[in-house]
Ligand binder design. Structure first.
Ligand SMILES: NC(=O)c1ccc[n+]([C@@H]2O[C@H](COP(=O)([O-])OP(=O)(O)OC[C@H]3O[C@@H](n4cnc5c(N)ncnc54)[C@H](OP(=O)(O)O)[C@@H]3O)[C@@H](O)[C@H]2O)c1
Length: 262
């Protein structure tokens, strides 16, 4: 088994957690494949990585499209690390969510993660080496009002990753989950910028994308099933189990108040 992966595919590398993770992984000597739609941003990041002595390649792709995902796989083929990070959110009542946004969210947050994993995993298993890191959210364990589809996509990622972690145990391939709390990126800006999108309540708080990237780097060095970022958010499944009844009562009031102030 090769203990030092050479190629890391990072989706959603044009901003936030993905860009910070790509920088970090490139600094550790991996050749990073930068995947997202905004190609100018990817080229800028590639130049930055290369001027710091790292190695990067740009692959413009819309991950809501199956053809684009296949193209990513065909161009890379053998990846040592796959970071399924691309994703976006939307805040408000599900009944007011445009179907086009819900469908795109299912395609990017859920289908792209599943499809890219399906494409890259067999090669990793054959080589008995590789690591798939899925960037999820604590929203997967606390399905809050206002983020119904988003939370469901992250709950899917949780279940999918946990099951695969168990399937691949002992194969030399690792599948891990990052359950992040609020992170200061363009995530909230992108959510409110979409049709009918409200302000995500956590938009002013959170850790930095660089902090999450450092945790991902460490996760790749020391593989585990799941990490919480920050670590103390490991209480979230317990909060839902113990205080879900309270959120049933207070959550709707919060959403109504946020809806009025938007
Ligand atoms: N920020 C938070 O509070 C937070 C908390 C928990 C989990 N997360 C998760 O962390 C991940 C990264 O989010 P972030 O906070 O870094 O947000 P961000 O700064 O908005 O970055 C999102 C990334 O996803 C890419 N993306 C979106 N739609 C895409 C598509 N159709 N095809 C290809 N790429 C696409 C974007 O690239 P292009 O627009 O250039 O395509 C961008 O690079 C997401 O999965 C999110 O759910 C975020």
């Amino acid at each position: 088994m090769n203990p030092h992966p050479q190629i890391a595919v990072v989706t959603g590398a044009s901003s936030g957690i993905g860009a910070a993770t790509a920088r970090r992984l490139a600094a550790t000597g991996l050749r990073v494949i930068l995947v997202a739609r905004r190609v100018e941003r990817l080229l800028k990041l590639q130049a930055e990585i290369e001027s710091a002595g790292g190695s990067a390649e740009v692959l413009a792709a819309d991950l809501s499209s199956e053809e684009d995902r296949l193209r990513v796989f065909e161009q890379v083929h053998a990846a040592d690390v796959l970071v399924n990070n691309a994703g976006f959110g939307w805040y408000g009542y599900f009944a007011k969510m445009p179907w086009e946004i819900a469908r795109e969210m299912l395609r990017v947050n859920l289908e792209a993660t599943t499809h890219l994993t399906w494409l890259f995993l067999p090669g990793m298993l054959a080589r008995k080496h590789g690591h798939i890191v899925n960037v999820g959210s604590v929203a997967g364990s606390i399905p809050s009002q206002g983020i119904a589809v988003y939370a469901a996509t992250k709950a899917f990622e949780d279940a999918f990753t946990t099951a695969l972690h168990r399937e691949t145990r002992g194969t030399g391939v690792h599948v891990s989950m990052v359950r992040a709390g609020p992170v200061r990126t363009e995530f909230c800006e992108s959510a409110v910028g979409r049709e009918n999108g409200g302000h995500v309540p956590t938009e002013r708080i959170g850790v930095s994308a660089e902090y999450v990237a450092r945790r991902i780097e460490r996760l790749i060095q020391h593989p585990r099933r799941v990490i919480y970022v920050p670590w103390w958010l490991r209480v979230t499944p317990w909060i839902e189990l113990s205080f879900g009844w309270l959120e049933d009562r207070l959550g709707p009031l919060l959403l109504r108040r946020n809806e009025k102030s938007t």
